[in-house]
Structure formats: C-alpha cells, structure tokens
Design a binder for this molecule. Structure first.
Ligand code: AMP
Ligand code: ZN
Length: 454
C-alpha cells in the first residue's frame, strides 16, 4: 500500500499517516459561511482537500473514505446581509449554497459525502454546551454561555501559544461577563429580529466554533483522522473546536492530524475588497477562464506556501492544458503512474505531480499523462473547447505589431514599456515566451479578450 505522509500542524512535523480504521478514513473540513459567492481564496482549501480526498480514495478504496465539509448557515454576517438587502436568511443561504456547489463543480472538486448545515444540528450543539457546563468547562452568565479556557490545561496546544501570548496578539473581545478575556462564546442570546432557538439559557444561537465540534462529533464520534481548513482558522477557530471537543469527550482525541492551507494572494498582494483585487470564482469563469485552468493554477503551488494568482499563470496553464488536451484526444487512460501517486502521497505535493505530467507528455506516454491528469482532476473537460483557435489575420497582425514593439522597447532597454506591452497582451489572453535564440513565441491562450489590445 502506498505510504501517505502528511504535515501535521498540531505536531509541527511531517509524519506517516495511519488512519484509525483503514475501512473508515474520516476527514472533516471547515466549509464556507454562506452569504456571498465563493472568492478565489475560498476555492483553495476546496481544491487542496479535494486532492487529499482523491488520494485517500485511491489508497484506501472509494468506499472507505468519508469526507464531511459543513456549511455555516448561521452567522452574524448572514444576518447583516439580510438586514441590508431585505432578503430572508433562508433564501440567502439556500441560494448561496447552490451557487457554491455549482462553482466548485466547475473546479472538478468532488462533492464530500456529507455537507451538513449548521442550522440542522442545533439540538446537538445545545447538548454539547450542556455537557460542557455539567463537566465544569463552561459557565452561563448574562444569557451567554462561555467556555472557560482556564479549565483546560492544553488550551493553546494546537497553535502553539500560551494564553498570555494569545491575549496580547489577538483582538479578543473583552466583556464584563468573561472570567478570562480568552473565554469564548458557546451560546449567545438573540433579539427578536435575529434568528434564535429555544435553549436552557433562553432564546439564542450558537457560537461559530461549537458548530463544527457538534457536526464533526455527529458524523465521526469522539476521534477521527484529519481536520482541515485554511491557516486563518488555526487560531482561534480550530483551537477552540479542539478545546471544546476534548473537554466534552475526554476519551477521544478529536482530530489526529490537522492540515492547514496557506492563503491565496492576487498579483503579489493580499486579496481584499479595498484593494479592488477581490474576485469570485464565478468572475473568472465569466471572463472565459475555464475551471480546469483555475484548478491547474491552484495545484501548481504547494498548499503550505502562500499562493499568488496571476494572469500570467492562468495563461501558461491554459497553454499547457491546450497542448495536453490535443495529445490525449481519443486516448484511453493507462495505469496511474506511480511517481504521480507517490508525489501526491508525499504531503499532497501537487506541483511535483504536475512536473511529472510534463515529463510523461514529453516522453510520449500519453496514456500515462491522461491517467495522471484525471487523478489530479484535470483533462476531464470536453476537449472540443480546447481546439486551437482561429485568429483572424487582421488581429494576428495587430498582435504581431505589439510583439515587435516590445522587442524594440527591449532593445532600447525601455523595460517599463516592454513590460507594459507584455501585460497588455497577457490581459488579452496572449502569452509571449522569449526563446534563448531571441525569437518570441506567441501563445494564444484562452478565449481572446481583444478589447485589451485595441
Ligand atoms: P470562510 O467562509 O471565510 O469561513 O472561509 C471558508 C474557507 O476558505 C476556510 O477554510 C478559510 O480558511 C478559507 N479561506 C478564506 N480566505 C482564504 C484565502 N485568501 N486563501 C486561502 N483560503 C482561504
Ligand atoms: Zn470549522
């Protein structure tokens, strides 16, 4: 059996993965809060954990892997959106979940076996909170129920911080009713216009962290194999999930292996609404960038490194996929190449696996290329879309003029201008590759966006 090695963020080293039960390998991943379209950053954990899911299914068998990813459909951001727009909460969350699933399907992400919605597990959350109070790990005050971090000696073990560091380094909400400023909310009261459920502590709603603890416990019990999510969740969300779950079910280990993906950036900058570089997966699809290209780019950086989305990478991925689609047309996939499998099994080394696919393509092992690509969730799209485009000669002339102008600018050492022309072409879906012999190869990548070069 292929050995799977994973970097465990709880232990801070890479270890051999040994499932609790090889017939029931269990992975829980924190899913989206559903009030808006998934942005490109949200797609990163989806593709990373999809790759891990595919690997586990390959190694342990399709039926023996259970993957659960939740929807957070109760949250103050959803409530605010409803107040702002007048759309009711159920309609916002139902609609957003549908859109999310459509978008993730475009990225060839397999659907997890279960996708629980937090609002369907309120009674399990109330039960867990009650249990925590009974066991002396939580207290009620002012209609709120808080987790008592001082009652759990290992608090901070996941993120490797002491309580003092956590207080100093994070924006903890100081509230008069808290015994320790790090104590966090398990349950809070709801006013009349906020969704709420009856509970022993009055009408209210759960805190975010208890949702995942209760849903993971419902599906997997006291102990399971892998817990994943972006590294922005490691503290406080995962630290708090772990604390609650260990205190409620001290016999179990909760998750044995924790995996966190690094964040996505855009053209070297943090993706944020204020920088205007914030876009959804659907925005990219609407620009004519196929989901397969987005997936390829996401797989081309190791999940543990910050990843930069650039137009250039999208264009290069398009050129590669176009070439591969041409090679595998009418081919039946061969056996999965062991190097591809071993690279993914080595802490989800997808850039290594893609490098191997390039090698297979170069060596003419087309059946191996197809099998490996399918394992990575690539080349599944209809290859007609990928047939080379016919560019009208007037436009080809325009493109050639720009490429020529860039060569002249380079010869004049006016690199700013040369880069400007390259960027313009890149935005139009045309990539220039400078060959050592001084010739520039023109690659017409995706559907052309000719407005950019007029
Ligand atoms: P949220 O809906 O914000 O709770 O996020 C859903 C998932 O997307 C979580 O696993 C986050 O860690 C992840 N995520 C959010 N922003 C980014 C980003 N910029 N890059 C990578 N992952 C992200
Ligand atoms: Zn979670």
């Amino acid at each position: 059996m292929t050995q799977v090695k994973l970097y465990n963020s709880k232990k801070r080293f890479k270890e051999l993965f040994e499932p609790i039960d090889t017939k029931n390998v269990r992975m829980y991943v924190c899913g989206p809060t559903v009030y808006d379209r998934a942005h490109l950053g949200n797609a990163r954990p989806v593709v990373v954990f999809d790759m891990l899911y595919r690997l586990l299914r390959q190694v342990y068998g399709l039926k023996n892997v259970n993957y659960v990813r939740n929807f957070t459909d109760i949250d103050d951001k959803i409530n605010s959106k409803s107040l702002e727009t007048g759309e009711d909460i159920k309609s916002i969350t139902d609609r957003t979940i549908d859109l999310y699933l459509q978008d993730m399907k475009e990225l060839a992400a397999l659907e997890p076996r279960s996708m629980p919605r937090a609002t369907h597990f309120i009674s399990q959350m109330i039960e867990m909170v009650t249990d925590l109070i009974n066991k002396g790990h939580a207290y009620e005050t002012d209609g709120h129920v808080l987790f008592d971090v001082d009652s759990y000696a290992d608090y901070g073990s996941l993120s490797g911080r002491s309580i003092d560091d956590m207080i100093a380094g994070s924006r903890v909400e100081v509230a008069p009713y808290k015994r320790n400023p790090m104590d966090f909310i398990l349950w809070k009261p709801s006013d009349v216009q906020t969704p709420g459920w009856d509970s022993p502590w009055g009408r209210g709603r759960p805190g975010w962290h208890i949702e995942c603890s209760a849903m993971a416990h419902h599906h997997f019990g006291d102990s399971f194999d892998i817990h994943g999510g972006g590294n922005d969740l490691q503290f406080p969300h995962h630290e708090n999930e772990l604390a609650q779950s260990k205190c409620a079910n001290p016999e179990g280990s909760f998750a044995n292996v924790w995996i966190h993906n690094e964040m996505l950036q855009v053209e070297g900058k943090k993706m944020s609404k204020s920088l205007g570089n914030f876009f959804s997966v659907r925005d990219l699809l609407n620009q004519g960038i196929p989901g397969e290209v987005i997936r390829f780019v996401l797989l081309s950086t190791h999940y543990s490194k910050p990843m930069d989305w650039t137009q250039k990478k999208a264009n290069e991925a398009t050129a590669t996929l176009r070439k591969w689609h041409g090679l595998v047309a009418d081919i039946i996939p061969g056996k999965l190449d062991v190097v591809v499998l071993e690279r993914v099994a080595n802490d989800i080394n997808t850039p290594g696996a893609l490098a191997r696919l390039h090698e297979l393509a170069k060596n003419g092992d087309v059946a191996g290329l197809l099998a490996g690509a399918e394992f990575l969730g690539l080349l599944g799209q209809d290859s007609d879309w990928w047939r080379p485009q016919v560019v009208p000669s007037v436009i080809m002339q325009q493109i050639q003029n720009l490429v020529e102008a860039r060569s002249v600018a380079k010869a004049d050492r006016d690199f700013a201008k040369a880069d400007e022309i390259r960027d313009k072409l890149s935005a139009a879906g045309i990539e220039i590759i400078d060959k050592p012999n001084g010739i520039s190869e023109i690659i017409i990548t995706s559907r052309l966006n000719l407005d950019q070069i007029r």
